[in-house]
Design a binder for this molecule. Structure first.
Ligand code: ADP
Length: 579
């Protein structure tokens, strides 16, 4: 095996970045602390860049004084009517010390999103930047990213990077977009990222994300931006800790510590050893059973990441515990038990400014806790009209917003739907996925006209309207790492009916009929009878004790489902591994 440490990150084709400018979103409302964070990022982006990934060092560079406006100068430029809040800038109440974190993952709202990972990659960096973290998010520059964002990206550099076992090299471009205290760096390579969808099939996805993982690290060296922590997400970025401790071990970025977050253990990035050996160029030593190797012939990227990361997290505590069991472990339970000392769970939050019934422009009637009961009825009537359901606010509307796959417990829903539809209940489903579920929900709509509406589509607006109009939302998943729909539902005063698994168990407290506490209705074993029982308990409260139901609606809306607490926990974890 050639010594790849010395040649892997060699870069060429450096160009001066003198034409760079940093664009920001003019619509965003900035707070002083955010502005300070952005200035730091913007200043970094404006630094001249000569070094390659190979020779980059962590020493700070000095920006010419002439280019750096002083605070006084900045204050002078400010309009007289809006004085700069000097005191707030001088003494920001931010947790100390400041930490720098590189997020590396395959999707991030609003650039590209296929599921919960995209939401987390958007919201968590923003929440961390409010907690005195300097965050850079590294993403593939897919062609499918909306044009408006491509136009805002600024070129930061170009180099060539050796990738494959035979030394085959590829172009790496870095395009940057700074927005709301977070720097987004996009890895550009048309050979890998020109498809319409971020994920196509494993034959293409494996090389694509081998390349991405290595290019992300090489880009950090190239930019001389050496973070305290590198936080990687799911199998697509799981090779980053492996590369860091092998081919990058003697480069500046190796001083960073790593966290791997598993958003869904079902997807692991498994392919035969020769293919992965070729595309990664990694040494033979990592293809052993304790690291990437799986079974006789395969290599598993997520497994390698778990072995090499300093910490592994999942998106809820219960899921962190469940995946150490063969039922939920998807073949990695023994590996996870072995690494249980560094495994923990931190539950996701939601972006409460995006999901806010008081200001949501996509719903007909806005509301807060004080007028939720009346306004939700107005939203229900509007949705009944829009979807061709019987218009009657006295009906109980039960919603379901989901990918239509086996994970989501839809076989249970199908088997109890006729019993659920008692003449006083309506059912609205929104989702796309497996043909058999799409067909079965269409069949129910045809046979229960006026009571069932099946929206077989992906539609953000309709999702918002269902969250606002429904009385209850079903999430009967077989497994659920965290789940966002139950959190959004509670934020909109829609009572969740969930199976007690993963994040559903951690976020929905079952209603206690004696104390009146709780946020929703739950069941434990994966059985349709138990789902029906939970729905019937919800119906009983809704139809016979409406005042107590309405109290629960308000309790749900008051529940803290924001990112703030979870972001604090991530920050604590960063400090633990990099004090
Ligand atoms: P997963 O990541 O497993 O798909 P989550 O509950 O974590 O499930 O996240 C689902 C997200 O996708 C939520 O924001 C939900 O509102 C949204 N969503 C799911 N299906 C649809 C759909 N058909 N139309 C609009 N939004 C959807």
């Amino acid at each position: 095996m050639p010594n790849q440490k010395t040649k892997k990150e060699k870069t060429t084709d450096d160009k001066p970045l003198n034409e760079r400018s940093v664009l920001t979103d003019k619509n965003e409302a900035e707070k002083p602390a955010k502005r300070t964070a952005r200035r730091t990022s913007a200043k970094k982006a404006a630094e001249p860049k000569e070094k390659t990934a190979e020779n980059a060092t962590a020493e700070p560079k000095k920006t010419p004084a002439a280019k750096r406006p002083s605070r006084k100068a900045a204050a002078k430029k400010a309009p007289a009517a809006e004085p700069i809040p000097v005191a707030a800038e001088q003494a920001p109440e931010l947790p100390q010390p400041r930490r720098s974190v590189a997020f590396i993952g395959s999707e991030c709202y609003p650039f590209v999103k296929t599921g919960g990972l995209g939401d987390v990659m958007y919201a968590l960096p923003k929440a961390l930047s409010r907690l005195n973290c300097d965050v850079k998010v590294i993403l593939p520059k897919y062609r499918c990213i909306p044009q408006q964002f491509h136009e805002k990206m600024v070129w930061r550099g170009t180099f060539r990077m050796d990738l494959c076992a035979d030394g085959r090299a590829f172009h790496v471009g870095i395009m940057e977009y700074v927005w709301d205290g977070v720097v987004y760096d996009f890895i550009e390579n048309d050979e890998f990222f020109s498809t319409g969808n971020p994920y196509t099939n494993l034959i293409d996805d494996i090389p694509r994300f081998c390349y991405f993982s290595k290019a992300a690290l090489a880009a950090l060296n190239y930019m001389n931006w050496i973070p305290d922590v590198i936080h990687v997400h799911d199998w697509q970025a799981a090779l980053v800790p492996v590369y860091l401790r092998t081919l990058f071990a003697d480069t500046p970025v190796a001083s960073a510590r790593t966290i791997l977050t598993i958003h869904n253990l079902r997807f692991q990035g498994v392919y035969n050893v020769p293919t992965i050996q070729y595309w990664t160029g990694l040494p033979d030593s990592v293809f052993e059973m304790g690291a990437l190797k799986q079974g006789d012939q395969d290599a598993n990227l997520l497994k390698g990441g778990i072995a090499y990361a300093d910490r592994v997290t999942t998106v809820s505590q219960t899921y962190a515990w469940e995946i150490q069991d063969p039922f939920y472990g998807d073949g990695l339970d023994a590996h996870l038990r072995y690494h249980s000392g560094k495994l923990s769970g931190i539950v996701n939050g939601i972006e409460t400014t995006l999901w806010d019934p008081a200001s949501d422009a996509l719903i007909p009637a806005n509301y807060s806790c004080s007028n939720a009961v009346a306004q939700k009825r107005a939203n229900k009537r509007a949705l009944q009209e829009e979807l061709g359901l019987e218009v009657n606010e006295g009906k109980m509307m039960i919603g379901l917003i989901s990918r239509l796959t086996d994970q989501k417990g839809l076989d249970l829903v199908n088997s109890i739907l006729p019993q659920m539809l008692d003449g006083n209940t309506q059912f609205v489903v929104l989702g796309t996925g497996d043909q058999r579920y799409e067909d079965s929900f269409r069949w129910f709509e045809n046979n229960y006209r006026g009571s069932v509406c099946s929206n077989i589509m992906y539609d953000e607006t309709r999702a918002h309207r269902i969250y606002a109009a429904a009385d209850a939302l079903l999430v009967p998943s077989l497994f659920e790492p965290c789940g966002l729909t139950q959190l959004i539902a509670m934020r909109y005063g829609t009572v969740p009916v969930v199976r007690e698994t993963g994040g559903l168990k951690d976020t929905v407290q079952p209603f206690n009929t004696y104390t009146g506490e709780g946020n929703g209705f739950t069941f434990d074993r994966y059985e349709s009878g138990l789902l029906l029982d939970a729905i019937n308990r919800a119906k009983t409260l809704f139809f016979t004790e409406r005042a107590r139901w309405d109290e629960m609606v308000v309790r749900d809306m008051e529940k803290d489902v924001s990112w703030e607490r979870s972001a604090m926990l991530y920050r604590s974890l960063y400090l633990e591994i990099k004090p």
